[in-house]
Design a protein around this ligand. Structure first.
Ligand code: PLP
Length: 449
């Protein structure tokens, strides 16, 4: 049996032998030994029992009071006042991210669509994005009647692969829409240099990536514009809501005009546009979440770092790769690759079942990439797309949508919903790691499940 305690002397010996990692490994393995025994799914004691994760969305009395105050005020819509909650939230969110301007909207999808329209991108144009994302990403491009071209992923980061993005650029390409999956930065350095070389706009889909930072900049402020979602599950939430941030005043003015049914801040109806305004209730809930927002963000980052350090002991579970320059993530999700070859070939489903029995629920997340959903058939056969794009383009488009690395990611990704759970304690994180390590140590028994 392994010692439950690593003596200082043993640690120093290991360290001086140049084996700090080995010493840390022994130290970290302790809780597994403590919870050893049979797998819970085979009748043993679960690692985590009768414990709850922190609830999400975050709710407190200040939020409830802010909604009540808005209700009583009768000011429910941003155009009833110049000094309401929506305007205050826009100023605050821009300041938090270090952006000059912000336009709040009704959702992340609405934010993305507004940017596509404000950039003058429409029928005949193409925008390159990821197949591994929320359907809202491509919906925003389709709403403008442009063509969402899908590039494949980096297998280890689950983010867009810059090399495949560059391959898919043609004369009709107008913009890149990189997605910061799980709330951690995609390879923005490469995206920006590709966009620069080809004269393309960059719309960052930062809908999962509130406050995350790369190379000294908050995500959403690196491209021409950045879009956020405040849907209930996100790390800053108001039910349904969104925002656009940017530093280009003319472009951000155009975003305001588009999202306001084509009516500019000067009150003139100048262009065609949908009506995507955020309402005062949503902004009041968001403003009431500002105290504590940074603290929650930092806690998620600390917990994620702890989990990542603990998981180094398990070669079969590989946390999401982070690119050089990553300083923090929103950790909307904490995602990992499940490598069944390290679990004696046990399927991901079996692993997840065994883990759930230990009291830790991980999820496979997106079942299949958007390139496998039926919308592609719909648009290549639709009257409107057949009028705007040649038969050759639409035929080639279907072939180009194959994304085998995205398929592989969908097969072996496992993740922890993190908006709430990563607000837990270090002990909560240890439960996750201990459960994974316990299942790993008992991997030879998984075949009998
Ligand atoms: C949530 C999300 C969206 C869409 O945001 P909504 O507010 O739900 O419209 C877009 N992209 C990504 C990556 C998202 O996670």
């Amino acid at each position: 049996m392994r010692s439950l305690k690593v003596s200082r002397r043993r640690f120093m010996t290991a360290a001086s032998a140049g084996s700090l990692a080995a010493a840390a490994k022994t130290a970290r393995a302790r809780p597994v030994v403590a919870s050893a025994g049979r797998l819970a799914i085979l009748g043993g004691e679960p690692v985590r029992k009768n414990k709850r994760w922190p609830d999400w969305p975050h709710v407190d009395e200040a939020m409830v009071a802010a909604v009540a105050k808005t209700a009583r005020s009768g000011i429910w819509c941003r155009i009833q006042t110049t000094s309401g909650a929506v305007a205050a939230f826009e100023a605050k969110f821009a300041e938090l991210l270090g952006a000059k301007f912000c336009v709040a909207t009704g959702s992340g999808t609405q934010s993305l669509h507004t940017c596509v329209e404000a950039m003058g991108i429409g029928p005949g144009d193409e925008v390159i994005t990821s197949p591994y994302t929320d359907p809202g990403t491509i919906a925003s491009i389709l709403a403008a009647r442009a063509l969402p071209v899908l590039a494949d992923l980096d297998r280890e980061s689950f983010q867009l692969d810059p090399a495949d993005v560059e391959k898919k650029i043609n004369g009709a390409t107008k913009a890149l829409m990189p997605v910061h999956m799980m709330g951690q930065p995609c390879d923005m350095q490469s995206m920006m240099s590709i966009a620069g070389r080809h004269g393309l706009r960059v719309i960052e889909d930062a809908c999962q990536a509130h406050l995350a930072q790369h190379g000294g900049k908050r995500l959403g402020t690196i491209g021409d514009v950045g879009c956020f979602s405040f849907q209930s599950s996100k790390t800053l939430a108001c039910g349904e809501g969104g925002a656009i941030v940017g530093n280009d005043e003319a472009l951000m003015d155009a975003c305001y005009t588009v999202h306001n049914h084509g009516t500019s801040r000067r009150g003139r109806t100048e262009v065609a546009g949908p009506k995507y305004r955020m309402n005062e209730f949503e902004a009041a809930i968001l403003l009431a979440q500002m105290p504590g927002l940074m603290e929650r963000f930092e806690r998620r980052n600390r917990n994620a770092a702890h989990l990542t350090a603990r998981l180094r002991d398990c070669p079969g579970i590989v946390p999401q790769k982070l690119y050089a320059g990553t300083e923090s993530g929103s950790f909307y999700l904490y995602a990992m690759t499940y490598r069944k070859e390290h679990f004696e070939g046990a399927s991901r489903g079996t692993f997840l079942k065994a883990l759930a029995a230990e009291g830790v629920d991980l999820s496979p997340y997106i079942a299949q990439g958007l390139h496998r959903e039926p919308w592609i058939d719909h648009i290549v056969n639709s009257k409107i797309y057949r009028k705007m794009y040649s038969p050759e383009r639409l035929a080639r488009y279907r072939d180009e949508c194959a994304c085998p690395r995205c398929d592989a990611v969908c097969q072996d990704l496992v993740m922890l919903w993190a908006s709430g759970p990563l607000l837990g304690s270090t002990a909560d994180m240890d439960d996750v790691a201990d459960a994974i390590l316990k299942v790993y140590e008992h991997r030879s028994e998984l075949a009998s499940i």
